[in-house]
Design a protein around this ligand. Sequence first.
Ligand code: CAA
Length: 260
Amino acid sequence: MNYENLLVQNEDGIVILTVNREKALNALNTQTMLELKHFFTEDAPKIEGLKGIIITGAGEKAFVAGADIKEFLQLDAEKGREMAARGHEVFFAIERFPKPVIAAVNGFALGGGCELAMACHLRIAGEKARFGQPEVNLGIIPGYGGTQRLVHYIGRTKAMELLMTADMIDAQQALDLGLVNHVVAAGEEVTKAKELLQKIAGKGPVAIQKVIECVNACFEDGVNGFDYEVKAFGETTATEDFKEGAAAFIKKRKPNFKGK
Ligand code: CAA
């Protein structure tokens, strides 16, 4: 697919996906959401030697400032429901992606932007990053998973406050609350994300995929995460990677995982 609003750079298996609508602070319009869905469901799974994906925003000001408010005027109950349901599909595709996806948050991550960052497996915040769910300022609520994932990450008490006050928090507060994994100097977000992906790329790829599945299972309706872990553990013990990992440990050498 030729993307209008996404830039895709593949650097030796680390793909940097940039939401590229700088003039609109990278707001997620319908086209961008379609492109994100296509990328994660069609294109990314076919990338040979993929180590992981880093999502960031174009320019220095914003990661993503939310869903595109300029498209909101045509919404009604039916279209609003459809918009939220489509958004959930896209963000679940990111959350369930079998390789690590890291948000490199370089500025405002508001509304759908905070929700996009939360759908990623890890989050790196630059010092200028700001997070918030300001939807109630507009008289709506978050529609791309914010009322759920924010609670999972920072707990009910603070999530309720941020969702009701629309307050923004800075990178350090996001770190203190457990919303982000690391805070780095402005401009260093992608570098730190690459460093993490390189480290993870040295581990067993099937094991990494199963970690993602099991952690997600913790929050999936109707799924018992412990049962899921039992099944997934069994599956990892049947891999060639496990035999290689154990043999390498015993022979005191580095493992050479094949992802099988
Ligand atoms: N949608 C569309 N355009 C947006 C936008 C958004 N979410 N956020 C910013 N822009 C546009 C502005 O309209 C402006 O465009 P023009 O130059 O054409 O006027 C441009 O980006 C620059 O923005 P500002 O002039 O407002 O920049 P600022 O520095 O004064 O303020 C800001 C920055 C605090 C991020 C402010 O832009 C802002 O509050 N943006 C909206 C944030 C928001 O409410 N996000 C939630 C959206 S709803 C949502 O996401 C629902 C959901 O869960 C699915």
